[in-house]
Design a protein around this ligand. Structure first.
Ligand SMILES: [Zn+2]
Ligand SMILES: [Zn+2]
Length: 253
């Protein structure tokens, strides 16, 4: 498969994946027009997308889903409770496909795993083509044993590294919001990401892409340096950071 991150961060998220037989979006957290433009920048027409799959119903993941899916007649696949939450974004009669278990679309196998986050339900995904696995793990406040188990399967990993705890606590957000972000149902800090990587590092893991960075409470360099503190600087080549405003490289897996 190949994939690129169209957007990642507190202001919008979307992941494009292409397998031998299909094209997919996970989350549509920008406007439909912005997603179309970002797809075009990597040579993909939105009309060619076979399915949109959602992780959860927060607006930074679903903002453009209704318009994009309607305009290009793309089915929306999500947990039934997520579909309920996004009903106001959809037009009557739009194709929705609920799942509750691992599911297959074309030649990709999607295994959702639950994340601790202040939107019920929220999922990460293990996405497999043949023997290779991409793992998407963002929007979680705490790392559980089940999260570790799924992340260990990754050949490539997109992992949340949302904030630096000091920047968050000394920053401009109101106290309640600071508590929410740092809490068990919030977002992973750079330290949380580094700890998790240290625990699950294995020889098959080729690449780690740090994402869902806060623009207010983090910097790409701080995320990278903090995570490498846990992994050792010899791992520098396998770790990258994705920024909100730019489309990532196209990764081959
Ligand atoms: Zn998010
Ligand atoms: Zn969220």
């Amino acid at each position: 498969m190949k994939f690129c991150i169209l957007a990642s961060g507190s202001k919008g998220n979307s992941l494009f994946i292409e397998s031998a037989y299909g094209r997919f979006l996970i989350d549509v957290g920008l406007s439909a027009r912005q997603i179309e433009e970002r797809l075009q920048s990597v040579g993909v027409e939105a009309a060619g997308i076979d399915a949109i799959i959602l992780t959860h119903a927060h607006s930074d993941h679903v903002r453009g889903v209704g318009v994009l899916a309607y305009r290009h007649r793309i089915p929306v696949m999500a947990h039934p409770d997520t579909l309920d939450s996004i009903t106001p974004l959809l037009k009557p009669g739009q194709a929705v496909l609920p799942w509750q278990q691992p599911f297959q679309v074309k030649d990709l196998a999607f295994t959702p795993f639950p994340l601790s986050h202040d939107c019920q339900p929220t999922f990460g995904f293990v996405i497999r083509e043949n023997s290779r696995a991409l793992v998407l793990c963002t929007d979680l406040g705490v790392v559980t044993e089940s999260v570790r188990e799924q992340v260990r399967q990754a050949d490539m990993l997109i992992l949340e590294s949302n904030h630096d705890p000091d920047m968050l606590m000394n920053g401009p957000y109101p106290w309640e919001l600071k508590e929410r972000i740092a809490g068990r149902a919030g977002h992973l800090s750079n330290h949380n990401a580094g700890e998790l990587l240290q625990e699950v590092l294995h020889p098959r893991l080729q690449r780690v892409i740090l994402g869902h960075l806060s623009e207010e409470n983090n910097t790409p360099n701080l995320a990278l340096v903090t995570v490498l503190d846990y992994l050792g600087s010899s791992r520098q080549e396998m770790v990258e950071v994705i920024e909100q405003k730019t489309v990532s490289a196209m990764y081959m897996l």
